[in-house]
Write a protein that binds this ligand. Structure first.
Ligand code: TXA
Ligand code: MG
Length: 329
């Protein structure tokens, strides 16, 4: 929605050397920039500059209890801001660069602004694989705090156009490098006292379990079904708030055919106004999920429905996001 009093003229630049140099200047000046990662577009600012980080919260309208993920170029940079145990080192070796975020004890001397961790003793850190985010990390030379580049509670953006629709007029620059490849946010894992999945994602519970066969280190799923409901005052993984990733219209899950006036998102054999994957391919469905929700929200229908999605592999993350999208506070 257009802001009647835009604070910024939001520029969109195609990915390239000029865009990255421009973005690095914005970051150095304490601003924030929307930039794609392999999962979703992030809204990045210097994680060591509390005023810059505050700018992210302001642009998103995000409640300040919700901590942010810090992005760095490699494990060495991650080790300067967080304390790694053996499990964390194995996970980093296996999945970085890539869509895995580790929640680890924060190093006091690591320079991360306390606003990033929302005062927690842990920090969420990941090494992204996307060329644009990596080029920006390199050019700016600082760790970058970056939540998904959408207004708080909205659908995560997988295209520059989604960022503009949600944050246009509220940020100065978007780097456009096309649709993101993975399409759902990174898996979040904490390792202290055994491995726990705080948010399901592209690195699936199956993949994580396979790394620790029979070792009693199997991850415990912390998704909307098994995790106790959390309130804003008692948040250990605030992304687990009941309502999140929400379209504006009501969403009906497990729909096998469209009701009158409903926009149906199909999957596999169930067709519709749109489909996550006619072939029933879960990876393709994840990549297209938020795009489909954006399209559905923008359609002329009053309500939305979506076909059942199997819960194995990345389907667990898709269903986690769908349950949150369907939840009405
Ligand atoms: O794929 C992604 O992870 C994207 C891209 C941009 O990297 N980022 C993303 O950020 O999804 P965001 O802010 O939308 O989600 C970050 C999640 C939130 O649920 C937050 O509560 C959780 O990470 N988080 C951050 N720090 C935490 C911590 N110290 N302990 C537990 N959860 C934490
Ligand atoms: Mg988000």
């Amino acid at each position: 929605m257009a802001d009647p009093n835009p604070q910024h003229e939001t520029r969109t630049l195609p990915y390239g050397a000029a865009a990255i140099a421009d973005a690095a200047r914005v970051i150095a000046g304490g601003g924030c920039v929307a930039v794609p990662t392999e999962t979703v577009y992030g809204l990045a600012a210097d994680a060591t500059d509390s005023a810059a980080v505050a700018g992210i919260y302001v642009a998103k309208g995000r409640p300040s209890f919700n901590p942010l993920i810090v992005h760095v170029l490699d494990l060495a940079a991650a080790e300067r801001i967080a304390v790694f145990d053996d499990t964390a080192l194995r996970l980093a070796a296996a999945f970085w660069p890539g869509p895995l975020t580790l929640v680890l004890p924060v190093r006091e001397d690591g320079g991360i602004a306390s606003l990033v961790t929302a005062g927690l003793e842990t920090v969420a850190v990941r090494v992204p694989a996307h060329r644009a985010m990596r080029a920006l990390l390199e050019a700016s030379g600082v760790p970058l705090a970056a939540p998904s580049a959408n207004a708080s509670g909205g659908i995560s953006p997988t295209r520059a156009a989604h960022v503009l629709a949600s944050l246009g007029g509220r940020i100065s620059l978007v780097i456009d490098d096309g649709a993101t490849e993975v399409g759902v946010e990174s898996t979040i894992v904490a390792t202290a006292g055994g491995m726990r999945i705080l948010r399901e994602g592209p690195i699936t519970a199956e993949l994580l379990s396979d790394m620790f066969p029979g070792g009693g280190r199997e991850p415990v799923a912390m998704d909307g079904v098994t995790e106790p409901r959390r309130s804003p005052g008692n948040v250990s993984a605030p992304g687990q708030l009941d309502s999140h990733y929400a379209p504006r219209k009501s969403l009906r899950l497990n729909a096998t055919e469209a009701r009158p006036g409903e926009w149906l998102i199909g999957f596999g054999a169930i067709g519709g106004d749109d489909t996550l994957s006619t072939a029933g391919d879960l990876t393709e469905a994840a990549a297209y999920l938020f795009d489909a929700l954006h399209r559905a929200d923008a359609s002329d229908r009053k309500t939305l429905g979506i076909a059942p999605i199997p819960s194995h592999g990345i389907g667990a993350a898709i269903n986690d996001r769908l349950r949150r999208a369907a939840h009405r506070p």
